[in-house]
Design a protein around this ligand. Structure first.
Ligand code: MTE
Length: 390
């Protein structure tokens, strides 16, 4: 492939003349040869683009940080283009001193920097009843991991002075969906952040510019974007997003509610259906991601034979609390078909279940919280497909 005229021993085109100067590209973009590394959506999944989802191209990424332009998006009422000059964050309800803050005022509070994954509770939701979508971008791409800069929510609640009967917060966005959820005060005072920067720069509009709530380890729906209001109350509000949605119908006909924390989960990002093995047999690198809403990843194991035998994977790079963790498993592929799986254990001792184990407890009526083990079938020609093993 390629153009032999640009390959050794010839001198390539790009060496024969000067390139573009500085600041010709005032805001940098990836090379044009990386044009396929983009967020993608699945057209039949939703009726409109405004209430829909796009997926992170996990199969093309390495390390643990998701570049800002590739973070998956989930909006219920489209992207709000908020002018920060007109945006205010209001904190009211059961507080001694209600606050109305501008972005500039928020930036005068002490700052924290934290790296966290955010996973939509519906990630892998299409896979409850069997293998469906061909690519980890689609099966697992409702996740991103970003370094957030902002103010600890605790700092602001202390400033406002929460009254003793203040036990819950209503957090609300400024978009057309005015998305709102109830958040227990214990979590709010523990590790939540009101973030205004992601990976060092201002939040992108898709991610809630100029400010969003960060709720480490908990489902994405609580991470309200375009955050405009926090009301302190003495009980939860039972909003649409915590009654008709984001609940799990169990086999006995009752629904689980307030299932906030994201259980430990992992996936092999390469090889995977969109990233087949192109080099044939021989030394092969399995690369993947693991995470847990309960804390740090302790270990990851990889199976080549659909879960019969497991081999320890190597964690590489930072292993952080409630953040994505990168793992590798290197082996000599003999060119025969594989049933690739990964299984994570977190620091609490919790082990990622198989899909069969998960269905035994949860049935098949759920959409949310599918953290079952994923299987990729690698064929002798290196092509990969999404399958399930019994
Ligand atoms: N906040 C507002 N205001 N409006 C929304 O539609 N979607 C929620 C949450 N916060 C949403 C929101 C859902 S369901 C998820 S999974 C995450 O934001 C998605 O965040 P992202 O677009 O940064 O990936």
């Amino acid at each position: 492939a390629g153009n032999p005229a640009n390959q050794p021993p010839n001198v390539p085109e790009w060496t024969k003349s000067l390139g573009e100067g500085v600041a010709v590209r005032p805001y940098g973009k990836p090379s044009k040869f990386e044009k396929d590394v983009v967020r993608r959506d699945v057209e039949w999944l939703t009726a409109s683009r405004e209430s829909s989802v796009s997926f992170t191209p996990l199969h093309e990424l390495e390390g643990i940080i998701t570049p800002n332009g590739l973070c998956f998006e989930r909006h219920h009422g489209g992207i709000a283009e908020v002018d920060p000059a007109d945006h205010r964050l209001m904190i009211h309800g059961l507080v001694e001193r209600p606050l109305i803050l501008t972005l500039e005022e928020l930036k005068r509070y002490p700052r924290v920097n934290r790296i966290h994954f955010m996973e939509c509770a519906a990630n892998s939701g299409m896979e409850w009843r069997g293998a469906q979508l061909n690519g980890c971008q689609f099966t697992h791409g409702m996740i991103h991991c970003v370094q957030y800069t902002g103010v600890s929510l605790r700092t602001l609640l202390e400033e406002a002075g929460v009254k003793t009967n203040g036990k819950w917060l209503l957090v609300e966005g400024a978009d057309a969906a005015a998305m709102d959820r109830s958040l227990p005060i214990e979590k709010a005072l523990d590790d939540c952040i009101i973030a205004y920067k992601m990976n060092g720069e201002a939040l992108y509009p898709e991610q809630g510019y100029p400010m969003r709530l960060v709720v480490p380890g908990w489902q994405g729906n609580l991470w309200v974007k375009w955050l405009r209001r926090i009301k302190v109350g003495d009980q939860p509000w039972h909003t649409r997003e915590e009654t008709s949605k984001y609940t799990d119908l169990m086999p006995n006909g009752k629904a689980r509610r307030f299932t906030w924390s994201m259980d430990a989960k992992s996936v092999i990002t390469s090889p995977s259906p969109q990233a087949p093995i192109r080099h044939g047999k021989g030394f092969t690198i399995v690369s993947g991601l693991a995470w847990s809403g309960a804390g740090k990843v302790k270990r990851v194991d990889v199976s080549l034979d659909g879960g019969r035998n497991w081999w320890p994977a190597r964690l590489d790079g930072p292993v952080l609390d409630k953040a994505l963790t990168r793992f590798y498993y290197e082996f000599d592929w003999n060119g025969e078909p594989l049933l690739l799986q990964s299984r994570v254990q977190d620091e609490t001792g919790y082990v990622q279940p198989s899909k069969a184990e998960l269905r035994k407890i949860r049935g098949v009526n759920s959409i949310y919280h599918n953290n079952g083990i994923q299987t990729w079938h690698v064929q002798a020609n290196g092509e990969v497909e999404n399958v399930e093993v019994a």
